[in-house]
Ligand binder design. Sequence first.
Ligand SMILES: *Cc1c(COP(=O)(O)O)cnc(C)c1O
Length: 361
Amino acid sequence: MEVYNFSAGPATLPNSVIQQIKDDLPSYKNSGMSVMEISHRSELFEEIIQQAQQDLRGLLQIPDNYSVLFFQGGCTLQFSAAPLNLAIKYHRIALLDSGHWAIRAMEEAKKVKTTVDILASTKKNHYSRLPTLSDFPQDEYDYLHITTNNTIEGTAYKKIPQIGQTPVVADMSSNFLGQKYQITDFGLVMAGAQKNLGIAGLTVVIVKNDLFAHAKNLPSMLDYQLFSQKNSMFNTPPVFAIYVAGLVLRWLKQQGGVLEMQKRNQKKSNLLYDFLDESKLFTAPVKKADRSLTNVVFVTGDKSINSQLIAQAKDYGLLNIKGHRLVGGMRASLYNAMPYAGVEKLVSFLGKFEKDYWGKH
Ligand SMILES: *Cc1c(COP(=O)(O)O)cnc(C)c1O
């Protein structure tokens, strides 16, 4: 039975990447060592990290005045690193409260003594739509923090909110490389790899060089300047995670790049949203214009139906469609590596489940 993993993260990887890892594992490029065992200072790894950075630059058209940095500590660590490196003039940032990860970013920024002003929030709407800027704010900010794709609530920005020249810092963890954005719209992009780029242990930061040039005396592991100078190898980097990201990036290039991925993600999510909007049993609660291409949230309004559905789906080879504990219901994550056939199978299963349900009620 073909099994599809709809997990929000760590998430499904392309089959060909898993196969490549398997082939490479005992002896990487006939070195007699696995990638897990080679020095990060070796030529073999040097080539891996250079190629990954180069492919990422190509795929996202990253200009030369931006650094591409690889960190550990997850995207969560960047919620501290971004204010430490960038919020040094006003010690004040603006934030759009689009849900859980925005609030987490706010909490971490406050801990490093940064004032955070929430300029708009859709908490009252249970985050079923995106907050937007209405008035131009009075205060000056080091940056505006946004979450391009809200993994838990299932919303995503198509157009990036801006306040004049204020740099935008974007947590792009869950639609990085899955939806096309212009890098020059951002001062900084952060993305944990385990959603759409590979495995946990690696976080990518793409940051405009002039924004972090003046930060001083930061802990080394949070210091953008240092990581930029040392090409992300100040200490031992997550060698295996960078290797996997390199394979995923190569796969992405072969598939046709980010715009092609966006088209496919659009097509996959349309298939599911169209079904949900027609259904009398299931509802997609997110406002249509704000719907995420990569994380589709849906509900029935009845917890026992949800648990039956999730259990039956699992038996049918459709894994991890349980919603986040904060939202409940169901969530299907349709990242780049999820094939269209996986969504077809999910929709056909949901249709069958619904038919059975109305047969009994
Ligand atoms: C998963 C996720 C995070 C947290 O990432 P970690 O790597 O676990 O720290 C942050 N923001 C968004 C949007 C996410 O989806």
